[in-house]
Design a protein around this ligand. Structure first.
Ligand code: ADP
Length: 483
């Protein structure tokens, strides 16, 4: 039932908190009230018992015993109807003290009229005669409760009579009843105040969160450089605001990176397309000879190939970002792979007048995607050959070291300026020196792709370089332990 109500009227967190507070407070009030009531009732009954015993003592001292004969005249004056057998006195148990005097055989000698209405148990007579006073609660004919004390009267150590004194509990119960009513009224008022207070307090506590939500709502995708206000107090709201701002900062950075990537990509794609269009347009304006047409077509072919490389690089990175790129997990001999790639590049090195050496020792086996690892070696080797002057040297080294494999591509080329070093793995980043050297033939994507492939293989790439001295790229990849 409650679940159904909650389904139709989902309570707000403020209402839930208020209900929790009130329930807890009501339980505390109820338990405290019950304990207080119990304590008060038992202490009032104890004080009534003491009063009763004192009253019995007082009545006993007013009864004169002379030679075994009881003289009740002294007390009879205070107690109307005590020593008469008539029944014309008020019989309400709530009115005055109830007294009964009995002889040692349990036969009543005198009693106040109201006492006659009490249902007195035989034990109240038997027990005192056996030497132990009796105290208990008895009922009147109308069902009213009366507290009774029963004891013997003695003369020179001999029991001569039995005295019973009673007091109605009606007043005590009425008092306790009034107290319960007062407690209920005060308790309800306190609960009401508590409900209002807790609702107001939770509203106050949630106000900063609502302000945060309002600011966050105003921040659109376009103005991610805005931040939510951070309160000075180091509390939960502070932590929430800081977290939101951190999230906004990383979203902002991601948006900026995305925008820059799109702008760079369009720029890079536009250049070869423009070159192709211009070459084709200019050629078509005149009447080219066959050799001229072949030259133009060869140039267009080269640009088209560059364009196709660029597009496949972009596609690979985009798939990597999306997490869609498929990577094989096969055993790859890195040493053999490097030897094969460098063998293919030897003619290029020779053409550029660069000495290319390969150092591989023991077999180095990795688990990974062979095609992607070939791309890593090719990109590093391509860069090393591209940025090294004729007469320079390029060395590719493969070594195994405990649990990792190391691929080192070292050259004696132009080197990388310290201010460019932190950026060379960024997409489309090209140092000015490299730009002048390679013109439009480089895209600035090679190292980004290398870094991505190495990262996916659980490895790391580092670079050390000095301008004019050369560069050294070190790729560290986890080794497969073959038994
Ligand atoms: P690019 O296509 O321009 O080579 P990369 O991402 O491969 O793009 O390299 C980024 C930049 O890093 C290059 O433009 C160049 O400035 C620098 N760089 C990379 N490798 C070398 C190297 N071996 N020697 C000098 N500079 C290098």
């Amino acid at each position: 039932m409650i679940t159904r109500i909650r389904h139709w009227f989902p309570p707000g967190i403020r209402l839930q908190l208020a209900v929790c507070y009130i329930t807890a407070f009501a339980i505390v009030l109820l338990v405290t009230g019950a304990v207080f009531y119990q304590y008060l009732e038992s202490s009032l009954e104890a004080s009534l018992d003491t009063d009763l015993q004192l009253r019995t003592q007082q009545v006993a001292s007013d009864i004169v015993i002379r030679n075994g004969t009881l003289m009740v005249h002294a007390v009879a004056g205070d107690l109307p109807g005590f020593d008469s057998a008539t029944n014309d006195q008020p019989v309400d148990v709530n009115y005055g003290t109830l007294i009964r005097l009995l002889n040692v055989h349990g036969t009543p000698l005198s009693q106040t009229p109201a006492f006659r209405t009490l249902r007195v148990p035989a034990r109240s007579v038997r027990q005192p005669l056996q030497g132990k006073p009796w105290q208990g609660t008895v009922l009147s004919a109308k069902g009213q409760e009366v507290r009774l004390y029963s004891r013997t009267l003695s003369e020179r150590g001999r029991t001569v009579a039995l005295l019973q004194v009673g007091e109605s509990l009606t007043h005590l119960h009425a008092l306790l009843h009034e107290l319960v009513e007062a407690l209920l009224i005060v308790g309800s008022l306190v609960l009401l105040a508590c409900a209002g207070g807790s609702y107001w307090l939770t509203a106050r506590a949630f106000a900063p969160i609502l302000r945060l939500a309002e600011t966050a709502r105003r921040i659109k995708a376009g103005d991610l450089d805005q931040r939510v206000p951070v309160p000075r107090a180091h509390d939960e709201i502070h932590a929430l605001a800081v977290t939101l701002n951190d999230m906004l900062a990383s979203l902002d950075q991601a948006f900026k990176d995305q925008r820059r990537f799109v702008a760079d990509a369009s720029h890079e794609l536009r250049t070869p397309v423009t070159v192709i269009r211009n070459k084709a347009g200019i050629t078509l304006l005149g009447t080219p000879t066959l050799p001229e047409a072949i030259t133009v077509l060869q140039e267009i072919g080269a640009e088209t190939e560059r364009l196709s490389h660029l597009i496949s690089d972009l596609l690979a990175l985009a798939r990597g970002d999306e997490g869609e790129a498929q990577f094989e997990r096969e055993l790859v001999r890195l040493d053999l792979l490097v030897e094969a790639v460098t063998a293919n590049a030897e003619w290029l090195a020779a053409e550029r007048g660069i000495t290319l050496t390969v150092q591989t020792g023991e077999p180095v086996t990795l688990q990974g995607d062979e095609a992607r690892l070939i791309q890593v070696v090719m990109n590093l080797l391509d860069n090393a050959l591209r940025y090294t002057h004729p007469g320079g040297q390029v060395a590719v080294i493969v070594e195994a070291c405990q649990t990792e494999a190391r691929l080192i591509a070292r050259d004696t080329g132009i080197g990388i300026a310290p201010e460019d070093l932190p950026h060379i793995f960024e997409r489309f980043y090209r140092a000015d020196g490299a730009r002048m050297r390679t013109g439009s033939s480089s895209s600035g994507l090679g190292l980004s792709i290398v870094e991505w492939i190495v990262r996916v293989h659980g490895g790391l790439i580092t670079v050390e370089s000095q301008v004019g001295q050369g560069s050294c790229f070190t790729v560290t990849l986890p080794l497969v332990q073959l038994k």
